[in-house]
Design a protein around this ligand. Sequence first.
Ligand SMILES: [Zn+2]
Length: 272
Amino acid sequence: MPEGPEIRRAADRLRRAIEGDVARDVRLLLPALAPFERRLRGRVVASIAPRGKALLTRFEGDLTLYSHNQLYGRWIVSRGDAEPRTSRSLRVLLEGKRATIRLYSASDVAVLDDAGLARHPYLARLGPDLLDAATTPELVEARLREPPFAGRGLAGLLLDQGFIAGIGNYLRSEMLFVAGLAPERRPRDLDADERGRLAETIVRIGRRAYRTAGITNDPDRAARMKLEGFCFEARRFHVFDRAGLPCHDCGEPIERIEAGSRRLYVCRVCQR
Ligand SMILES: [Zn+2]
């Protein structure tokens, strides 16, 4: 499952393809949405932005195309007349001046006005977005102290999209390792230094993963490992997917545990 950084990079690709252009053609293949085709055709695609795992494509005026890819949905960008070769079912097509973007296989697609967006059950549940510029360490630190979150175990809390939207499974393990905190700890049991460090780490590692297309490892170490010939997967993480391998920092083997029925990787020496 893609996490916040991957979803934002995918949104960036769509923005480069069509944002700011007039949608010369709009096709919405889900029957309930067909009436909106005519209303959206000829409007400017004002912005494309991720919210949690959903994508909001906002048109000039008051209508926004909401799409959530879940497991199967996939956006494809094409330039020129060639249609992508795929057996997937087309759900959405937006043709701009520079490119055409097509969404295949997703079923969770809607066209909403601002009131509809505000009421949307998935969007309404989301906390601040991990990669939003307004999501600062100070904001995360304040959220860690709020009653709904302060008593939760960190392993569960970090995956709760209502706490911070965009943290998924690899980021959870990596953030807890870099913050030096065991996944069983709770925000209210952390001292001020630990809580500040966790908040700062959440923001920093999220932005790093966005910038590097998913490399959360220490940048100097990752660069050195690349020179030494390590493949992308091998140099990518501190602990995630490294069960039994030596911790880069202390040499002890990384442990894999289950937390919230998802795998979590931890160094019991470095994380307290
Ligand atoms: Zn260690």
